[in-house]
Ligand binder design. Structure first.
Ligand SMILES: NC(=O)c1ccc[n+]([C@@H]2O[C@H](COP(=O)([O-])OP(=O)(O)OC[C@H]3O[C@@H](n4cnc5c(N)ncnc54)[C@H](O)[C@@H]3O)[C@@H](O)[C@H]2O)c1
Length: 311
């Protein structure tokens, strides 16, 4: 008899996690979700645990009864790398080590959300999955997240070698949409809707590449359903925009009266802050192996996001 595959998603009520749970449920998977937050998905094929990934006995029980694990719980808000550094390191490393060990022991495939931050300040046009990492000194706490995610990646790859752990690592590059919290996209939109100043760290010439959540879910699902093994994928859009132009775009799309303030001291007042000037993903591997390409332009994705926020 056909049995639904059971997928365990940590961080299930987060921005990426919730969208992924919905995608899995739409595609007839059975989902166990775990997060600190209140349950926001009700579905006959969804069982929810409002708990922490530090509750190892619960987490390990759920891993045992699942077919695969998507470990997405984390802290991805840049301000917290500076204000809650040890918490970011603890959460990114310790529960991940436990989950990776359990996945190795019970032969469960793990999908892990890593970050474009692992490349740090690499001086290259586009970042390839095999590229070096270029990070600042440990006195700059902003690198704590990059380092912790990279350590979890190392641990996964080590277990794959030693114990034949099956894995996929997603390195995400500024994924956005509604329900995102604590990132530049929601920050600018919320401020613009209230006609408040948009604060930019530095001169605004630093660039980012933004990927709409639906394109991200499409990439995840393409990788997931192709049953690709033991790979790292950059997941992102390779079109760059300066933060200054991005702020202008948000003001125009929201028809806001906000002003742009460059060289804001918002983050630089923290001793541990260093900015990343450029980060563009090389998505050749993702495109070649899955036929993925983004369907949504930045304008389309931002309009949809703004519409959902204002509804
Ligand atoms: N959105 C992006 O562009 C982006 C970029 C790089 C990496 N990531 C990674 O993707 C994952 C999801 O990020 P997101 O953007 O959805 O952020 P998010 O903050 O919306 O989601 C993270 C979720 O983890 C949960 N969580 C935190 N601590 C927990 C704990 N102790 N136990 C259980 N759950 C806990 C939070 O409650 C939250 O719902 C994270 O691992 C993040 O590092 C995201």
């Amino acid at each position: 008899m056909y049995k639904k595959k059971k997928i365990f998603v940590t961080g299930a009520m987060g921005f990426i996690g919730m969208n992924w749970c919905k995608k899995l449920l739409e595609n007839n998977y059975f989902v166990y979700g775990l997060d600190l937050k209140k349950q926001k998905i009700k579905h006959k094929n969804f069982i929810y645990y409002q708990d922490t990934v530090f509750n190892y006995s619960l987490v390990n029980k759920i891993i045992k009864k699942s077919d695969m694990v998507c470990h997405f719980a984390g802290i991805a808000e840049p301000m917290k790398y500076l204000t809650k550094t040890s918490e970011v390191i603890d959460l990114t490393i310790n529960p991940s080590i436990n989950i990776i060990n359990e996945c190795s022991k019970h032969k469960k495939k793990i999908y892990f959300t890593s970050t474009s931050e692992v490349y740090g300040n690499l001086k290259k046009k586009k970042f390839n999955e095999k590229d070096d990492r270029l990070l600042g000194s440990t006195i700059y706490s902003r690198w704590c997240y990059s380092t912790a995610k990279a350590l979890a990646e190392h641990y996964i790859i080590a277990k794959a070698k030693e114990k034949k752990l099956d894995y996929i690592i997603f390195r995400l590059f500024n994924v956005y949409g509604s329900n995102l919290k604590g990132r530049v996209v929601d920050n600018f939109i919320e401020k613009a809707l209230k006609n408040q100043n948009l604060q930019i760290n530095g001169n605004g010439k630093q660039t980012r590449c933004f990927l709409y959540i639906e394109d991200c879910m499409d990439a995840f699902f393409k990788i997931f359903s192709k049953k690709i093994s033991r790979e790292i994928f950059n997941i992102g859009e390779d079109k760059e925009i300066t933060i200054l132009n991005f702020a202008k775009k948000i003001i125009s799309l929201t028809k806001s009266k906000s002003k742009i303030v460059v060289n804001s001291k918002q983050l630089s007042k923290f001793k541990g802050y260093q900015d990343i000037l450029k980060r563009v993903p090389d998505v050749t591997k993702l495109k070649k192996m899955t036929n993925w390409k983004p369907r949504f332009t930045l304008d389309h994705g931002l309009r949809a996001t703004i519409e959902k926020i204002t509804k």
